[in-house]
Design a protein around this ligand. Sequence first.
Ligand SMILES: Nc1ncnc2c1ncn2[C@@H]1O[C@H](COP(=O)(O)OP(=O)(O)OP(=O)(O)O)[C@@H](O)[C@H]1O
Length: 701
Amino acid sequence: MSTDTNAASTGPVWDWAAGHGPVTGALSATTGAFALATTATATGMPPTWALAIGTAGAIGHSAAGLRERLAARTLALRAASWLAGAGWTTWAITTGPLTWAALGSLATLGVGIGAATHSSRLHEEAREEEALAVAARQVALELSADRRAIAAEWVDRVQRVCGITLRVLGVEMWPTGTGFTIDAELPPGGTTYDRIAKEAAKLSSDARLPHGCTATAGPGIHQGRVLIDVTNVNVLEQEVFYPSDYSRLSIHTGIPWGLRTNADEIRAFLREQCALVAGPTGSGKTNMVHTILAGFARAEDVLTWVIDLNAGSAGLPWARPAFDAQGRPVDGVRPGIDWLAASHKEAMVMLDALVRVAKRRKVAYQDLMAQANTDLLPISPSIPQIMLVVDEGAEILASTDREIRKLGDRILEVIRIARAMGARTVLTALGATGSVLGNLMIRREAKVRVALTGGEKEGMDLGKQFPGSRGLKPEQAPYKGAGFMGTPESETALFKSWRILPNQIRDIVTATSDRHPTLDGPSAKAAGDAYAQRWNPDRTQWMRDTTATPPTAITPATTGGQPSAGGGLNLSALRDKQAPASGPDEDAVRAFMEQIDKRFGTTDEPGTTRPERPATPGLNLSALQPGDGDARQAALALLLAAGPGGTGASAIARALADEHGTTRQTVVGWLKSWAEEGEAVRIGEGTKTRYVHRRHAPDQG
Ligand SMILES: Nc1ncnc2c1ncn2[C@@H]1O[C@H](COP(=O)(O)OP(=O)(O)OP(=O)(O)O)[C@@H](O)[C@H]1O
């Protein structure tokens, strides 16, 4: 070890940049004065120079102190210190600094300066604290003036509209900035809060609240108090993105599904309940399914099995990032869902396995339940809940087609037998018509209900979907992703689902990969090979076959002579989804490619088309889909610019870090999905792995 290091580790550490305290300040002043006096005596300097220097110092420091707005007392002390030091130095130069009288008086001077500095510092600190307190009092005063104004306004309003005189005890402004709550005492004489509650619409109108905003009264801390929640910002109208906090959730803590009008999160508690999400085409139902899958992916004790006979589209974005172009698992990434069935056959295999799991759990966990003294299987990361999500599942249940009916029966069997054993369902429906809600099992077991209205009135029987809730009108939520939600824990009211885009789904898949549980031993055994092989590349070939749609032989049906929403069994697999040759997606992609071409000079020769671009919009273009973040697009541009040599995740992440704050892990996810989609080619292994854009890939010449 070097001596330098020793010295550094043992000696005091001086911070020459630090300001002076009472001790160092006094030391600095006295040693400075002493040094000047001895040097001046030795060199014969005129003593008046010291006095001139001291006076200049006193003036300079006072000016600086004034700029810092120091107290007059501190300024006087500083000036006095300079002048006293200068006086001593002048005297010492005249009489000789190396006498006992000179040294003694210098020491006394030092102690005096130190003590005075200490006291002036305390004074400065007290002044600063007082100034802060005055500012805080001022803010509080203004705030409470605001609250007083609100209180007075609402006392008048409730008097005018309901004929009740309230005494407001508090007004709490919501941290979300979207409204406030008034806590008030009802007048004596037996007035109840519901006399105000039933005038909600009139109060909202009297307050001139924007559309989608409400003034709702609820019970206070005792029966003589009322809480009035007033929203003044229309959350329903806004596009609110899924939160970027992917913290761990559990089936027991509830899974957030969206926002109330006061911007509070609303959670679905699905340990024992099933859910029904109804929404006509274009209401934002697919988006909502993704936010539901996002919540399940974040939970440490949930495995999600998805059935989507519409080409598996609800589950695909959650599965694909975990597999490469050949369908092999990608290291370190687990799919955000645990099983995906896009065909009738696979759905049947899945449902059979689920019924076997539920039955097996009943036997296998008898001891565990006896020990825990419960008849509900204790769900935990080691015995996870299985959430079966069936897109347009309600229409499957209502179908009269024999084959589809078999699927429907199995879904109903799961709903009927598996509550205690930890398997619940989330079914979506195009419309909450009588044919769906006529089913007793759904009515009884699926009490977590959502109706996405999007302003659609046809087939929207909100009274049937939310029995007991009066006055719900689709017109109240005429926005995509908005509607009503009610659960056994939370009254039916307006709600807005978050918006979620493909790049965020990929982020969530990556971020939650290490937290998904594995199916417990007895269940996995009961589920058998059908489950163990679910991600087998042969079974998932359809996911990579981007031009094929799994055939779904479903015949439109009528139920009890009544056509279901949209006219018969309107499964979207049957809808004409053939996109035009050039849709908005394709246009956006083309515009982006042109930008890249401009920047990197990669434009095709005039007259050449882009044969490698898939002709069908929406296929194999997710790398460039609009809505993907700037960072992702910038990453793609870098990949393209890297040419045939290619580049890697670290290099891209470094280049994006400053502007976009992108992490390497995120870039890894993008590169993997591009490789999988054929947008990029992976070359080399381990630390030598590089990615080359397909335009520069070796086989493209
Ligand atoms: N929560 C939301 N917030 C804002 N806009 C939304 C929300 N959900 C959906 N949208 C908008 O509505 C459009 C349609 O959404 P989505 O595809 O989810 O509807 P859908 O009901 O599933 O329709 P389809 O059955 O035709 O697929 C989206 O492209 C988006 O522009």
